[in-house]
Ligand binder design. Structure first.
Ligand SMILES: Cc1cc2nc3c(=O)[nH]c(=O)nc-3n(C[C@H](O)[C@H](O)[C@H](O)COP(=O)(O)O)c2cc1C
Length: 199
């Protein structure tokens, strides 16, 4: 086995683009950032994607309890949105205040500005101990408020290479805190039956 740090650097090649995931419960709207999204179907008529969301995030509970979310591919001019949604929790503030948006067909917010968006209904879940993998059926697709994809997709590598230098210490500290949480919880895997699949 390689040293853990080296293994982690290799696994980082599997990181996804940086996306914004929005959710809504009882009128409370929220958004977060993640870079753990995967295309989960090769069938054009069965579009699916999946996301890993840590359990300490407010968004986790909103998505788990409502079974719906919207994933937004971002473009390379959206650093401020990443800072707003990804560096603080919606438990502490209304992060979407002032962010132009509308309610999508499932009721969760669709952000006007993005490269493209996918409205998803949760089809299944998997517990990892520290996070939940949500498998989403894509029920609607669009380009935010636009008619076509906007800009170039914000990859994780682009974000890390170009984020403002003054954000980096906070980014590293948040990542380390998340890693400590995940290390403590990763072995406590529960068998879950998603309610839509329950007999
Ligand atoms: C570049 C970047 C990537 C992130 N990737 C993930 C991720 O893959 N999964 C996750 O659960 N959180 C991820 N986060 C952290 C959440 O976005 C962050 O904890 C956020 O404050 C959660 O907000 P909430 O509590 O309002 O849901 C990422 C943050 C950034 C800035």
């Amino acid at each position: 086995m390689l040293p853990p740090g080296q293994t982690y650097q290799l696994l980082r090649h599997l990181t996804s683009p940086v996306v914004a995931v929005t959710s809504e419960r009882g009128g409370k709207e929220n958004g977060m950032i993640l870079d753990a999204a995967i295309r989960a179907s090769i069938v054009p008529t069965v579009p699916r994607l999946s996301v890993y969301v840590h359990k300490f995030n407010f968004s986790h509970d909103l998505i788990f309890e409502t079974g719906r979310f919207v994933l937004h591919l971002l473009h390379t001019q959206q650093f401020d949105l990443i800072h707003r949604l990804g560096f603080a929790s919606g438990r502490d503030r209304d992060k979407l205040a002032g962010v132009p948006r509308r309610r999508g067909v499932l009721g969760a917010p669709v952000l006007d500005d993005c490269h493209a968006h996918f409205e998803c209904r949760v089809a299944n879940v998997m517990d990892t101990g520290s996070s939940t993998l949500f498998l989403g059926d894509v029920v609607e697709v669009g380009f935010g408020a636009g008619q076509a994809p906007r800009g170039e997709v914000m990859t994780a590598a682009y974000f890390r290479a170009h984020m403002p230098a003054e954000w980096r210490p906070e980014y590293e500290a948040l990542l380390q805190a998340a890693q400590r949480f995940a290390e403590a919880k990763s072995r406590e895997i529960k068998a879950l039956v998603w309610r839509g699949l329950a007999p």
